[in-house]
Write a protein that binds this ligand. Structure first.
Ligand SMILES: [Zn+2]
Ligand SMILES: [Zn+2]
Length: 252
């Protein structure tokens, strides 16, 4: 058994990232309603409804902020050591933290970053401390793409495509003509011609611009044999995958 002992503030600091991750995991299956992704749905200034559905945050509702949930758990399940310090078993803590999200939509509302910020401002929530900013972007992006492929589970497609792409780059690492290959797949025009991709497959990390950011996997990078680092595009449809696979097989 592992325990944490400290004040609410200390527990919050140490378990903050962990609880963020849990919220991200719990949030995923709630992103769709009857198979349709939910959009932000908050009101714009002109009274229209916000239709943004990518890059949404999982915002804790007023009174259900993470810190409040943590405090409730410490008070109910922790051992009070002094007036302000608690001790709690970490497994018990996680279990109870998950239980707090059982009625998910009483705790979390998906909002676009702009409306999330407004919501926090209007409710006196310190957003710099409070909400985990959840990076759904990568998943959203691929869901958007894979929705064009009927009868495939988007998350499944996401993972399959990504697995394929990452294993392709493992192969490239071992290829003698790596330089040649990289020359081609960092060239946007050639990627358009050969694979009908709208973005270069690889882009040097220091060349990526703000608007291209979303088109590349956020965490997985490719390092060539000189040690140069590249981001890998996430913009794969079935056809592009097949074209890339064929080309790669013929490039050996
Ligand atoms: Zn919005
Ligand atoms: Zn918030």
């Amino acid at each position: 058994m592992a325990f944490i002992q400290g004040t609410l503030e200390e527990v919050y600091i140490f378990l903050g990232p962990r609880t963020s991750d849990i919220v991200t995991q719990l949030a995923r299956p709630h992103r769709k309603k009857n198979g349709i992704r939910k959009s932000c749905g908050e009101l714009n200034n002109d009274g229209s409804i916000c239709k943004q559905y990518t890059g949404l945050h999982a915002a804790h509702l007023k009174g259900r902020e993470r810190k409040i949930l943590i405090q409730e758990i410490l008070e109910e399940f922790g051992e009070k050591i002094t007036n302000i310090t608690y001790k709690i078993d970490l497994n018990l803590f996680e279990e109870e933290f998950k239980k707090k999200h059982e009625n998910f939509h009483d705790v979390i509302k998906f909002m676009c970053p702009k409306h999330h910020k407004n919501y926090d401002l209007n409710n006196g929530i310190d957003s710099s401390k409070e909400d985990p900013i959840i990076d759904f972007e990568e998943i959203e992006e691929i869901i958007e793409i894979s929705e064009l492929i009927e009868n495939e589970d988007p998350l499944d497609t996401l993972l399959k495509n990504k697995d394929f792409v990452l294993s392709a780059f493992e192969k490239i690492k071992l290829m003698n003509n790596q330089d040649e290959i990289i020359l081609t797949i960092t060239d946007p025009e050639k990627c358009k011609q050969l694979f009908n991709l709208d973005f270069a497959i690889l882009i040097e990390i220091n060349k990526i611009t703000e608007d291209l950011h979303r088109r590349y996997y956020s965490k997985d990078i490719f390092i060539d044999h000189y040690g140069n680092e590249y981001k890998i595009t996430n913009h794969w449809f079935k056809l592009q995958i097949e074209a890339f696979e064929n080309w790669l097989n013929n490039s050996k």
